[in-house]
Design a protein around this ligand. Structure first.
Ligand code: NAP
Length: 283
């Protein structure tokens, strides 16, 4: 498929479902060849009860829409597996233009909440969020830079995240996102003069496959967006020749909508963060 990103290669981590899957589909629709990674392959899924949530399903959906994709199994918390993905990209494509760090392990523990007090929070929660989160972003970014992007002298690294300067929320989530965001900030500043932009993208509450499984339509109505909204914001960043002006920053999806005119699938431009802050200020 030809498009504004034709000839470019993008690696989207955690692309078997959710925001990663939508981002892979939208980047492919813009013409890029997508390397689709996650741990789930057909017949070996981390989400046995959720149909069509493997890297193979995402790649099939891209190809069905005339796009180009390569599904690869990868646990991004394991540097050796990430190195193998990078080697594959080197041998097959010889370039990497866009890296979307989206692998997110938090939902491995879905349904296991904390107790009534802060100190009853399962200690394991922070560890899994830091591992498939800041650590996997760190490993994948550094290996991508070492093998491609630094040598190419151009590129875009996106991290999917959350605004941590908001009023405080769930403790392990806030701590893990702060680590991701600090990585965006520091990497962005260190790479500023090398032609590589590093940007965080914060979606609102999304109707992902998991959210639809765990919340009722009534709970989700009126305050959610599809993952394609943030995914389209990421495509807009990848298309922007002046994307380096955003380096080191976290942009929420409403800001991306204002900047680039992107819309959700239904043509709307939800402003989840603006509404969230208003609500907190009021209450
Ligand atoms: P999700 O539906 O749980 O998807 C997470 C993805 O990461 C899956 O593809 C999963 O695939 C993959 N993954 C998990 N551990 C991995 C590992 N060790 N190695 C490789 N891949 C791994 O999550 P999401 O809701 O799309 O969230 C994506 C991002 O958006 C996160 O940063 C989240 O905080 C942010 N966000 C989400 C919402 C929301 O409403 N959902 C709101 C604001 C921000 P496998 O299980 O197959 O490995």
């Amino acid at each position: 498929m030809s498009g504004p990103l034709s000839g470019q290669v993008a690696l989207v981590t955690g692309a078997s479902r959710g925001l990663g899957r939508a981002t892979a589909l939208e980047l492919a629709a813009a013409g890029a060849h997508i390397i689709v990674t996650a741990r789930s392959t057909r017949g070996q899924s981390t989400q046995a009860t959720l149909p069509q949530t493997t890297v193979d399903d995402t790649a099939d959906a891209i190809r069905a829409a005339d796009g180009q994709a390569t599904p690869l199994r990868c646990d991004h918390t394991d540097p050796a597996q990430v190195e193998a993905v990078i080697r594959h990209i080197a041998v097959t494509h010889g370039r990497l233009d866009v890296l979307v760090n989206n692998a997110w392990g938090a939902h491995d523990r879905h349904g296991v909440g904390g107790g009534p007090e802060l100190w009853d929070e399962p200690l394991e929660q922070l560890r899994i969020m830091l591992l498939a989160g800041a650590y996997s972003d760190y490993v994948t970014s550094l290996l991508s830079l070492k093998h491609f992007m630094a040598g190419q002298g151009r590129g875009l690294i996106v991290s999917t995240t959350w605004h941590t300067e908001e009023p405080p929320g769930w403790l392990p989530y806030e701590v893990s996102k702060a680590a991701k965001n600090r990585l965006v900030y520091t990497l962005g500043h260190k790479l500023r003069d090398r032609g590589i932009a590093v940007v965080g993208v914060a979606p609102g509450w999304m109707r992902t496959e998991l959210m639809l499984q765990h919340h009722t339509e009534q709970e989700l109505a009126g305050q959610t967006e599809t993952p394609h909204y943030a995914a389209r914001g990421i495509v807009a960043l990848a298309r922007d020749p002046q994307v380096s002006r955003h380096t080191g920053r976290i942009l929420d999806v409403g800001e991306l909508a204002d900047l680039y005119g992107v819309t959700d699938l239904d043509g709307t431009q939800p402003q989840w963060y603006a509404r969230h802050l208003e609500g907190r200020a009021g209450g």
